[in-house]
Design a protein around this ligand. Structure first.
Ligand SMILES: [Zn+2]
Length: 481
């Protein structure tokens, strides 16, 4: 009988804090759209004699992240130097927290698609600085270094190896992203690099208490990639063991195009880095009062918001869950409701129409060009009876295809107002009834469905602009005369 294996998975997540400035100097932390090496100073370039100073906002954001993940915030923590040479690290060391991290022993509980709850322990979180960015140009045969990213504040979240499957890892990352976005400390976006994830995977025989040798996989650029790379690593490691081989402790890189992990370098041990306490920075000592003052300012998180949405807006649990999963979507909903004055219709339009557009164009709500106010106006036009749901869909399409257009202006300029004028509709109804004698006869013979055909004709005559409820009433009244 072949052996049965189980996987042991831990994740390391690097998160950029959106503090606006770097961690140990006053340089701007916006490194994406600026001229290369324009956001640098002697401190972040590691000039001799330049002294780092911890940005207080970094500490504040880091603690908020720790509290959001149920961590103990340690009253004493310290910075260490992690020594290694690489061109993107001008000091030849990275300032990080090794021995005394600022947060530890947290946890995150989340729901799996089958409804089961899963809890993962957060072993520790530490504050550290980012490295610069190497840019390799094949065309020029040269490499460049941009130090704008050097010393951007990061927190590194390290989980215990509590995760057993790629799906558990995938759901963990989604739950982590949601809660970190809620806490407001980061953009939490893998595409722009503000969230990065490495996975540590090993396999062992089911029931064994001895962990196998683990490998670390880097270069994972989406949650899907994390999940695929974990599955690949599990298969690969089992294959090696089954063939009598040994797993080598190493760092591997994920090749998205080929869908495989490749060996990158043998895994460094901690002592390869010659960690020692950073002599230029004092230890970080935080008071209980300071921690509690930050705890009291924590925002309303997912579960609370979901419950409030159900109560305040009278929407079903499922809908409230989707709307509150992403804090930006939740905010969009709430501002749209203020304008539309109809929560249920706003919610159903977001869930059906808006989310479909986001999914099709693969963007998140922050990048959606229709603002919540105009979206709310569109919903208001429907529920006040000015336009029909059908016309609203056409207007929404125009809004999606164009710039951020005010739906009221589209209705005005295209003359799309719903016809609710009784006398105008009566004339059309009479015309349709006399032209469709067969349907009228069918109705009178007891075929109730014939009314649908007649209503359809009226809607067609009015190019969909008639108020359907009114048409129904008028047709019925005429037929029963
Ligand atoms: Zn600087």
């Amino acid at each position: 009988m072949s052996k049965q294996y189980e996987a042991v998975i831990g994740l390391e997540i690097h998160l950029q804090l959106k503090t606006g400035t770097k961690v140990f100097c006053q340089c701007s932390a916006d490194y994406d759209n600026s001229l290369a090496n324009s956001h640098t100073c002697p401190v972040c370039l590691g000039h001799p004699g330049a002294l780092p100073k911890l940005n207080e906002k970094v500490l504040e954001f880091a603690i908020i992240g720790g509290l959001a993940l149920n961590c103990e915030i340690n009253p004493y923590s310290r910075f260490d130097r992690k020594n290694y040479f690489y061109p993107d690290t001008p000091k030849s060391y990275q300032i990080t927290q090794f021995e005394h991290t600022y947060a530890s022993n947290g946890w995150l509980e989340y729901k799996m698609p089958n409804g089961n709850l899963k809890k993962v322990t957060i072993r520790e979180i530490h504050i550290e600085e980012d490295a610069g960015k190497m840019v390799h140009s094949d065309a020029l045969g040269e490499s460049f270094i941009n130090f704008n990213r050097t010393s951007i504040p990061l927190i590194e979240i390290v989980t215990q190896p509590d995760i057993k499957t790629s799906q558990e890892a995938y759901e963990f990352l989604n739950a982590l992203k949601s809660i970190l976005k809620y806490s407001g400390i980061s953009d939490v976006n893998m595409e722009n690099g503000s969230l990065r994830c490495d996975s540590n995977v090993s396999v062992m025989e089911i029931g064994s208490s001895v962990f196998g040798t683990r490998t670390e996989t880097k270069n994972l650029n989406s949650f899907k990639a994390v999940s695929r790379a974990i599955d690949y690593e599990i298969e690969r490691q089992i294959g090696v063991i089954e063939n009598g081989g040994k797993i080598v402790q190493e760092t591997r890189t994920w090749d998205e195009a080929e869908g495989i992990t490749k060996s990158m370098r043998s895994k460094e041990e901690a002592n390869d880095y010659r960690y020692f306490p950073e002599p230029d920075l004092p230890p970080v000592v935080v008071s209980k009062e300071y921690i509690e003052s930050l705890r009291s300012k924590l925002p309303e998180f997912f579960e609370e918001k979901k419950a409030r949405f159900m109560l305040e807006y009278q929407i079903p649990e499922y809908d409230a869950g989707i709307l509150s999963e992403d804090v930006e979507l939740a905010n969009y909903f709430e501002t749209a409701v203020k304008v539309s004055e109809n929560a249920k219709l706003t919610s159903s339009w977001i869930l059906t129409e808006l989310l479909k557009v986001l999914k099709d164009s693969r963007i998140e709500i922050e990048s959606f060009h229709i603002n919540s106010e105009n979206f709310g106006k569109l919903v208001k036009l429907i529920h006040t009876g000015i336009i029909s749901g059908k016309i609203a869909k056409e207007i929404f399409e125009t809004m999606v295809g164009g710039k951020d257009i005010d739906p009221e202006k589209i209705v005005e300029s295209k003359g799309l107002k719903q016809i609710s004028d009784v006398s105008a509709l009566e004339t059309i109804v009479e015309k349709v009834l006399s032209a469709n004698a067969q349907s009228v006869a069918d109705f009178k013979a007891g075929k109730d469905r014939a009314i649908k055909a007649l209503m359809g004709q009226v809607m067609k005559e009015t190019k969909g602009q008639a108020n359907p409820q009114l048409v129904n009433e008028l047709v019925l009244a005429k037929l029963n005369q």
